[in-house]
Design a binder for this molecule. Structure first.
Ligand code: SF4
Length: 527
């Protein structure tokens, strides 16, 4: 289902329309009711992508994006590709790479996985020693190719390509102000708002215009930007989303400077981790080297704690901490807070694995892979006549009967969102012969939606926003249910860096002023 959009690449047309139409025909029967009738390519594409994703992931939460940037490498596009490959878990709907060779700025993006879009032939069309890249799961805007990133805009400040991870929360206000000032938007993406602010800024230099525009937007953004000859990287003043800088040594020449949402991307490049970009910091890389400025200060840090719980890869170091270490501690703390006699500790793979290892070690109970995950589900070709309801969690997980039969099982997972997936997993484990199933969650109950780049359902769909823990336990049919306490979670991510964390999805206390309060009013939803 790969479909490409080429910008600034001479002689290359969008050749995939036919393939795309074929995909629409074969996938239409799988779409949720109403999507096909609504028509319109954007709705259709969004529906296709979300249907496949929901089949694969049940009611899991989705991260919005991963970003990368490379400065000063003869194969910058290939290095960006490898970095994006390592960040694929942060978004699987679309990906893009833009490169600059000092004169031109080329941009290719497509729907699908990084490896599906960027073949050798495609990478060969991206010349230059600089690159930025993006992999996307959409929340604001939709998943259409038009909103895939990087976005390349010819502005009053010259050609700019931008890629962005996060969500702006004062988007409506800024957008209408810009439109009143004559801005014409080509996409519904947050990133274009930032470019338009740069274009409309009265600041004299580009770097001042970028700083000026970033200080006008509220919300979560880790951004990489590129002009014909410079790369910029910035984090919002709260530091919601991670963004790190690394370096590759080049014998006899200047280092290559790289940026990525997570440090695991540096490992594939054999780049060394240098540091996190600070909240409110704007870093510029040019032929004069790396320079930095704080465009905002004095705002308490509120980095997303759910990155530590679920999103980031355990082999990444984010917010100054190894994710693996945080999750191991979460499992140990969970065992101390809510231990229960049992025969085996079983993770819900993959994200529950590290916490389950910590739990098992702390509790002195054997760890077993009692559930096996099929990693290829989301991209498997699905016969049109099959119905979405026939798939569900069995497509993704399968129980290992001989490990579960006759056992008292502690299941470790990282969240319960609507409760439907957890119930299926508990039933699956019991169906494989477990005599008891105790579900333990490595974070507190999710009671409020996220406005900062995580695709959470509305409050009325969040089971913990509307039901007690005992009601949830009853619904999911577990013998017992316990969550990690908020204090316990904060202890697990605390270190000498004193990073402040956003915990709004567990508390309802949002660190920014602008949120859609309509959506966070108490809901009266039935399960
Ligand atoms: S609301 Fe939750 S998911 Fe969103 S940024 Fe805050 S901690 Fe992260």
């Amino acid at each position: 289902m790969s479909r490409l959009l080429f910008q600034g690449v001479p002689g290359v047309a969008d050749i995939s329309e036919q393939l795309h139409a074929q995909s629409r025909r074969s996938l239409a029967p799988l779409l949720p009711a109403g999507v096909a009738q609504r028509g319109g390519e954007r709705s259709l594409l969004a529906g296709v992508a979300r249907s496949l994703q929901s089949i694969a992931d049940g009611d899991a939460l989705h991260e919005e994006c991963g970003v990368v940037a490379v400065y000063g490498h003869p194969h910058a596009a290939r290095e960006a590709y490898l970095s994006l490959y390592a960040l694929q878990h942060r978004g699987q709907e679309s990906a893009g790479i833009a490169t600059a060779d000092g004169q031109r700025l080329a941009n290719i993006k497509g729907m699908g996985l990084v490896s599906e879009i960027f073949t050798d032939d495609v990478l060969a069309k991206l010349p230059g020693r600089m690159a930025i890249g993006h992999t996307r799961y959409s929340t604001t805007g939709d998943s259409a190719l038009l909103n895939a990133q990087p976005i390349r805009v010819d502005s009053t400040k010259g050609l700019i390509a931008i890629a962005h991870n996060g969500n702006l929360v004062n988007l409506g206000n800024v957008r209408s102000r810009l439109e009143r000032d004559g801005a014409y938007f080509q996409t519904t993406s947050d990133s274009e708002i930032i470019v338009q602010l740069i274009a409309h800024s009265s600041a004299g230099s580009l770097v001042d215009a970028i700083a000026d525009s970033l200080s006008q937007v509220e919300g979560a953004f880790s951004i990489v930007m590129m002009t014909r000859d410079r790369i910029f990287a910035a984090r919002d003043p709260h530091g919601f989303r991670p963004l790190s800088m690394g370096r590759m040594k080049n014998p006899g020449g200047p280092d290559t400077v790289v940026f990525a949402s997570e440090s695991c991307a540096f490992d594939l490049l054999r780049a060394e981790f240098v540091r996190d970009i600070l909240p409110g910091e704007l870093v510029m890389v040019s032929e004069d080297g790396v320079t930095s400025r704080q465009y905002a200060s004095g705002i308490p840090q509120s980095s997303c704690i759910f990155e530590q719980v679920y999103f980031a890869r355990p082999d990444s170091r984010i917010f100054g901490r190894w994710v693996q270490e945080s999750r191991d501690q979460m499992g140990r703390q969970l065992a101390r807070e809510s231990g229960v006699p049992a025969d085996v500790v079983v993770p819900v793979p993959d994200s529950g694995v590290t916490a389950a290892l910590g739990y098992a070690e702390e509790a002195g109970i054997p760890f077993r892979f009692g559930l096996i995950r099929n990693h290829y589900v989301g991209r498997t070709f699905i016969e049109p006549e099959q119905r979405v309801r026939d798939f569900g969690v069995r497509l993704k997980l399968n129980p290992v009967h001989n490990l579960l039969e006759g056992k008292r099982v502690i299941l470790i997972d990282d969240s319960i969102i609507r409760g439907t997936t957890s119930r299926k997993i508990v039933r699956m484990v019991r169906g494989a012969g477990a005599t008891e199933v105790h579900l333990r969650i490595s974070c507190p109950p999710t009671i409020s939606p996220c406005y900062y780049g995580v695709d959470t359902p509305s409050k009325k769909e969040l089971i913990a926003a509307n039901h007690s823990i005992e009601e949830i336990r009853h619904y999911i049919e577990a013998d017992s249910l316990a969550y990690l306490s908020l204090d316990g979670l904060l202890q697990c991510v605390r270190d000498e860096n004193n990073v402040g964390y956003c915990t709004a999805c567990y508390t309802g206390n949002y660190p920014t002023q602008w949120v859609d309060v309509e959506d966070i009013l108490p809901a009266a939803a039935a399960i």
